[in-house]
Design a protein around this ligand. Sequence first.
Ligand code: FMN
Length: 409
Amino acid sequence: MAYDIGEALNIADLRNAARKALPKGLFEFVLRGTEDEIALRRNRARFDAISMRPRVLVDVSERSQAHAFFGKPSTMPIAIAPTGAAGLLWFDGEIAVARAAASAGIPFTLSTASIVSMERVAEEAGGCLWFQLYMLPERRMSHQLVERARAAGYEGLVVTVDTAATPNREYNRRNGFSLPMRLTRRNVWDVARHPGWFFKVFLRYLLRSGIPMLENYPDELRLKLTEKTDGRRGLPKSDSLDWNDLRELRKMWKGPLMVKGILNPEDAALAADCGAEAVIVSNHGGRNLDCSMAPIEALPAVVDRVGKRVDVMVDSGFERGGDVVKALALGAKGVFVGRAPLWGVSVAGEAGAGRAIAILHEEIDRVLAFAGCPAIDALDRSILQLTPGFGGWTPAAEAPPVSSVPLVA
Ligand SMILES: Cc1cc2nc3c(=O)[nH]c(=O)nc-3n(C[C@H](O)[C@H](O)[C@H](O)COP(=O)(O)O)c2cc1C
């Protein structure tokens, strides 16, 4: 029976419905973190370490979340984060999420590692589209991806820089969910217990074009998800990426350039030196380095260091409107959400992803009223109460000077 999205009162409800709809291996691939999942838990805990000291008797009868990303209006200060393999959760899932974002009037970021090609998403979804780049083993191939994104009409380029190694997600290996995907007794049983997903998603791919592939990859790298990689093919490898690569990309890409996966203010300054318009403070949703600090905690120091030069955005663990309001009050110019729309799309496609966005909109609206701040872009740190030493943050005037790291020519 189809899931009634009206039943979802919050993102956790959508997640619980997705837990039932998806094979466990797939659900855990989206849900979980890495290694001992300390970063994942810390991301949540550090939101909870911030409380609010709201203002009252402010006329908040006209509340607005109207925002602009790089001068282009957005209905909310939220963008959809790139999440590879969203197309495994729902048939052509990337198109479904992108359409939901377009209807809601917010930007959608397509991952390099998507199941649906960037050209099809652009043709069939519309709206404000950004493309996320993972550097491929050969620079030339990455540059071709950038060129394709430009030709397909993507307006922004998000370069992910926090994945220098393959993350150690042990649960994926146990679930047989690594690349190449293996058929094991365990995952065959898992799929057999979720016939809805098999018939509505996987079988439709099989009937249309066979086992799904990462469609953006160039021909020489593109593999079926079950095919063995020869080391050169398969997942991106970016351990030789450096600031020169970013400068190269800056020369190629005329639109907004966002650098995703920054936690250190020093790196944020280097990204600004390279000509990026934005940095995204992120620990990949707690999926890569398990001992990384929480982005919400890294945010204030990054804002203080580069907030006047570039837009500082943030992601990782945003699940409630209050989380978003806290980040904006700390100085973020936008918040990316990854898992929230994925839970929605898993249970009801475009409508489900739209429901996730609508839930966040409703929650932000309520928090703005309670906080006594009718206009979202007018939020500032005065409404926040941070636990002492939060993020090691000191006001800009007292911050010690940070030496600049020379760029290699
Ligand atoms: C299933 C999944 C796949 C992801 N794939 C990518 C990706 O292909 N590229 C990327 O830069 N980030 C990827 N991310 C990280 C997200 O862009 C984002 O940083 C993270 O999901 C934010 O945290 P949240 O899920 O708690 O909102 C992925 C995250 C998830 C959950």
